[in-house]
Design a protein around this ligand. Structure first.
Ligand SMILES: [Zn+2]
Length: 284
């Protein structure tokens, strides 16, 4: 197996402190991570900035070949391989060991993703069963935090976040929004700085006070042949009780049983795919 395919940058403060790990481009074409992490690496490398304490480990481009080819992945979705049963095939299997070892070194992971359609909203996930996960997510300045993924996701979750949490550390996945949108770059940059501030690695970073809203997954809906959305739903779009969400092959319309939001709609779903998830706003 090839070693060290991924470029990793390490910065240490004079005093002891926590280790923050930041990932970009786990999905090669999600460029918000590299866009904000590479300038930070430059500033820390040329001495323009320095850590006070702790350690910062940055892997700005976690899937280098997919990033070069502007693809999500080459052979296998890298974000489904963390802690998964080992396999030999595919380019990404050669990457995951190096990234798992970095997670082994860290206390906190911020994994920065971005999306491909204009107008995609930013959000992060968090694991409400872990108070540290909630505190870290809340500190990142993101407007929406989505909970209870583990309640609707079938089987074991081999994402960076789930793996990091299983290792007893704190992992947060940030979906910064559409990566060509300056606002998404702003979301990623703010989360990067707020993570550094939250862990006290550098002084002089202003706190961004945020009052995120919380959504929670309540249902997972599988696609069946003939299903068609009644409209082109956008992730986190509100839906009212009684409103049609999709029609079945037999013409029956499936309506929302309560007020809520459509989460991760997948218009191109095939039989066996997740069609969408239903969620509701958590009372503050
Ligand atoms: Zn992604």
């Amino acid at each position: 197996m090839s070693e060290n395919l991924i470029e990793v940058f390490r910065f240490k403060g004079k005093a002891d402190g926590p280790t923050l790990l930041m990932f970009g481009a786990i999905h090669g074409n999600e460029v918000a991570g590299p866009k904000v992490l590479l300038p930070l690496i430059d500033k820390l490398s040329n001495g323009e900035m320095a850590l006070d304490c702790g350690q910062l480990i940055i892997a700005p481009i976690c899937n280098p070949r997919a990033h070069d080819e502007n693809k999500r992945y080459i052979d296998i979705n890298l974000n489904r391989l963390f802690g998964a049963p080992p396999r030999q095939d595919g380019y990404e299997t050669a990457l995951v060991g190096q990234l798992e070892a970095l997670i082994g070194e860290c206390d906190y992971l911020l994994d920065i993703h971005s999306t491909h359609s204009s107008g995609d909203p930013a959000f992060s996930f968090a694991d409400r069963t872990k108070s540290k996960s909630m505190e870290f997510a809340k500190a990142l300045g993101v407007d929406t935090i989505i909970l209870d993924w583990e309640k609707v996701y079938p089987g074991e979750d081999f994402s960076t976040e789930a793996y990091t949490n299983r290792m007893g550390k704190v992992g947060i996945t940030l979906e910064a929004g559409y990566h060509n949108d300056p606002e998404a770059i702003g979301v990623a940059e703010r989360a990067m700085w707020q993570a550094i501030r939250f862990l006290g690695l550098m002084s002089g970073v202003d706190e961004v006070k945020s009052h995120p809203r919380y959504l929670k997954f309540t249902d997972r809906v599988m696609f069946e042949d003939g299903d068609r959305f009644t409209k082109s739903w956008v992730h986190m779009e509100p839906v009212a009780k009684g409103q049609g969400i999709y029609t079945r092959g037999n013409g029956e319309t499936v309506v929302a049983e309560q007020d809520g939001v459509i989460l991760i709609p997948f218009e191109q779903a095939q039989a066996g795919d997740d069609f969408y998830y239903f969620g509701v706003q958590e009372a503050a």
